[in-house]
Each structure stands twice: as structure tokens, then as C-alpha cells.
Design a protein around this ligand. Sequence first.
Ligand code: MSP
Length: 648
Amino acid sequence: MTQNAKKFYVTTPIYYVNDVPHIGHAYTTIAADVIARYKRLEGFEVFFLTGTDEHGQKVQQAAGKLGIRPEEHVDRLHQRFKELWTRLNITHTDFIRTTDERHKKVVREILTHLHDTGEIYRDSYEGWYCTPDERFWTEKDLVAGNCPECGRKVEKIQEHNYFFRMGKHQDWLLNTIRDNERFIQPASRRNEVLGFLGRPLEDLCISRPKERLPWGIPLPFDEDYVTYVWFDALINYISIHGGLEEIRKSGFWPADHHLVGKDILTTHAVYWSTMLKALGLETPKNIFAHGWWTVNGQKMSKTLRNAVDPHRLIDQFGVDVLRYFLMREVPFGQDGDFSHKALIGRQNSDLANNLGNLLNRTVNMMQKYFDGSVPEPASAGEEDAALTARAQEVVGQVRQGYEDLAFSRILAKIWELVDQTNQYIDKTGPWNLVKTEDGKKRLQTVMYNAAESLRTLAVLVYPFMPESANQMLTQLGVGQPVEAGGMASVEAWGGLQPGSQVKTGAQLFPRIDDKAAAKILAQLEAPEAPPAAPAAEESGPEAISIEDFMKVDLRTGKIIEAEQVKKSKKLVKLKVDIGTEVRQVVAGIAEGYAAEDLPGRTIILVANLKPAKLMGIESQGMILAASDNGKIILAGFGEEPGKGLRVK
Ligand code: MSP
């Protein structure tokens, strides 16, 4: 890297740590990594930022469900993201956590600055609040009385809060988006934002009362409030550089790309842009909203247990196949449906049959015809010129593709060169050329060109499949990795050194036959094991901690007397021996058991329940039973335990 390298800044969203990462999260991060790796090949000094969004209601609730403190929860879960990025060969420059002191410091700095300059004010507020989305809505926003974004119930809340003067920037923002086509992409999403801005833009509530939500960064000018999670999170793009002064000097602002999913475009295009405007900073050069991956047409969710786990895919197919598939299968910006079958299809056709086969046959023929030494090319004919011209053309198209973040198109272009090189070999027929003296001369050129084309391909596929690309270069006898030569190494034809030794290596992309494919599909499409960390949105009762559970004193006891309570169909009065004492318990089990059948049965008693009176009779505990469609079944044991034992 030269001292004066041009700087380039790319970011992913910071991920909520209320859940473990799935392929949707992997997708954005892989895309950012592809861009970062490519830009480094072009000689840029790249700052690639990712991280985790650790404050707010969602995270607080997720921790609550697990019965642990939010601090403990975020410390645990952010690791899942870091681990996945390591496995995916993500080359981020830094990983920001919004609970990092370095981040909190800058959030406080920015809040103070905006408060001092009058951009933040206090006011009373009444609105409809959607807890899962952590957003206020006005009456007219609601759809059938529910949250317009997620359709869930909203609550009416009135409170004092702090507001950011967002509304006053509406015209400026509209003009900025209209005047600059590259600012918000793709065009369809840009139009959506313009549509959103067609309605009056209100000021943004940027605080939450601590009593309602303690898990956040306290406002520096009012400790009774914490910062709204989005206001806190968006600042990560700046805080990583140390503060307002530091970002200005860093050379990394304005950011080149903020990659975001379509669901968080408004927060970036509107909230973030106006925040930057108020801070006197330029807007990012580009905010690109990609589409969503679904599974069988459905949103991935823990409740549906259909979230695709990237680890399972890496275990099965390898990291490069997954990276390739996600970038190739769906044009960036559009939604796509994930399918294991399609993944196997891509591995077999694009990777094994086309690229892998081209590499194998080329290296094998070099071994066979030239003892593994790259031959000196001789005369160039029409076919050769067509191949070299195509390679140069594809290099240009790839470069152009990155301007539009058209990953799928870039890969399609690269594969045109793969196909053309395979056709070149088929047409020139090395196996025939080797038979004559004249042919052998021609064979030198043909084999050189096939190998040189593969070298070009290795450099071009590198951002998508870095490990495979470098293995390709090793097999072709190139002494240095793609990172060392960069894009400059494919600007002209002929970089491959005659005389270098090729090396037969492992098959880069093995073919998956039908039998193996069926087995893989059966395995991968089997329902996932229950998640290690329950999702925030999972239905069912709230999780409690072991400490909470242990507060319930469950004891084994033996029923020694039982009589039906007069005038009650359901209640039986019991005397229960729990070892240390005999308790009187009134239980609603008469419809399931005749009183005379009960003495001698071992039951489980909640021994520390406050005494209560049922039909005037004191009950000193409760016995455990299940109701199966109204049929009462007492909880018991397979083996006979002693009396008064703790049940846990
Ligand atoms: N924490 C916020 C972002 C703050 S950025 C300052 C957030 N986090 S998230 O974890 O819910 O989502 C992070 C990103 O993952 C979003 O860009 C979202 O679009 C993306 N995806 C989540 N599920 C996805 C799919 N199923 N498919 C593709 N991307 C998806 O929002």
C-alpha cells in the first residue's frame, strides 16, 4: 500500500444481537467484503466496517427472555457474528459494538453538539408506539389500527421527550436525492424514498424515558433519558473514526457505500442524511438497499424455524461456494428465494463443470505435453486474438459492474470468459495438435493462452472466492497471491511467466452426483435443532432464569387423607405428608379422581405458595397436575420417591 493510496470506505449495517446470524446477515457482509477486496486490488486503502447494534428494546427483551442481564447477553451474542465473519473470510478493518466506550463517547459528543446548537429540543409527545419496531407512529400512519410496518399492535403513549429537528431538512433532502442519481440505489428504492418525502417530514423523537427503557446510552444533558436506538446506531459510521473532528481528518468521509437491506433504507436515507446535514458533514456517496432472502417464499424467522444457518452451508459446501452462490444467484437489489437445490446446481454447473473443469484439464495437459512447464507462446492466430480481446473486454466489464454493485452481472461476465476459454480448447484440440511437429508449436500457444486466461479469471473471481482464486494461481505456477498483483496484473495479456511450473492440486469444486445431492438435501432440509438462543419474537411464555425457577419450592408428598368438598364438583380436601409436616391442601381434581382412590398417592406440592381459602377452607399449597382436554392427570414419578424431597 502506498502512502498516498486513495481511501475508500464501505459499511454494513450493524446487526442486532437479539438473534443469531442467518444467511440474510451473511449476505450484506459478504457483499461488503467483495467490494472491499476488489477495491484493495485496485490499490485503494479500504476501511471496511461492520459490527453489532447492542442497545434498545429488542435486545433488552431478548435478554429478559433468557433471564440474563443485557450486558451479559450482548457479550455472548456479538461473538456469534464475529465467529461467522471469521468463517466467511470477511476482511473487515474494524468491528464496532455500540456498547464500546469509544462509540458511546462519540454519541455523547454528537448529542451535546446538536443540543448546544439548538438542533435537539424537549417537547411533550403523544403517539402510537410499536414496541417490536421501537417506533412512534401518528394516527394517520396506522393501518387498521396497527403498526404500518409490521402489522402488530401499537400502544398510545404520552410523554416528554427530546426531538431532533429533522423536518426542516425536507426540501434539502428531496433536492439532494433528486439531483444525485447515485446517492440512493437502486432506482426503484430511490423512488420509494422520494415518495416517503412527498409527505410532511416530522421531527424525530430521539430519546426514550429511562424508566421505560433503561438499556441505552443516557442523554448527556438529561440522565432520565436514553438515546433512541437508531440515533445511537447510525452514529457508528462516524464513531469508529474517533469523533467529528477525527472523521473530517480521516479521509474516509463521505463514505463510499453504506450497504443496507431494503427494510432499513428510510432510516439511512432520511434519518442519517439529515443528522449529517445538521452536523455539517457531507452525505455518503451511496446508500445501496439490497433485497431480502426468503425461504419457500416466506420470511426467515425463528418462529418458523426456517432461518438458514450459514455454518451448516459452509460445513457442507465450503465457504467459497456459499459466497459465490449468494452473489451470483440474485441480482443485488432484488429479493430472492433461497434453495439448497439451486446451490447444488450452481456448484455442479458453474463451478465444477465450467471453471473447475477448465482448470483441471489445462493443468493436466500442461503436465502431459510440457512436463508441467508453462510453454512459450508462439505465433498468434485469429482464435487467439479473439480470446485475448475477450479477456480484456471482460476486465473492463467487471470494473464497470462494480460501479453499479452488479455482482451477479459481474459473475455472469466472468463466466462468459470461462465458457469462451473452454470453447477455445475444444476448438483448437490440443490432443490433436500434439500429434504433429507443426501442431506442437501451435500447442504451445494454445496451452499458454488457456493458462493465461485462467490466471486472469483467478484475479477476477478473487473478491468472491478468495481461497479458490489463490489455489488456482498456485496450480498455475504463479508465485504470488492475487493480493500482491492486484487488478494491475490483468490489465495486459501475458503476465504468466513461461517456464514456471504448474502443480496438480486438489479438485477445487467437486461435482455432487444425484445420490449425494439427495442425501445432502435430506440433511439440510431437515428441521434445525432448536436454537441455542431463543429469538426475541418467539411465541410462548417469557423465559425465566434458573434463580427465578428455584424460588418455587416443589416437594414430594404423600396423600394420607382425601374427602370431596361438599357442594363442590371439583374440589377435594387433602392431607399431604411432606416429611417435615402434614399440609391441608384443597385441589381441583375431583373430576379426574375419586377421593377414595387418592390416599397413598405420591404427588408434587408447591410448598411455598401463600395459603389461600377455597370455599372457606384453607389450602396450604398446590399440587401439580396437567389437564388434557379437561381430563385431570396428577404429576407423578416413574419410581417411588421418599417424602419431602425437593423437585427441580
Ligand atoms: N440494527 C439495525 C441496523 C442498524 S445500522 C445503523 C438492524 N439490524 S438487523 O440485524 O435487524 O438487520 C441487519 C441487516 O440484515 C439489515 O440490512 C437487514 O435488511 C438484513 N437482513 C435481515 N434479514 C434478511 C434477509 N432475510 N435477507 C437479506 N437481508 C436481511 O436492522
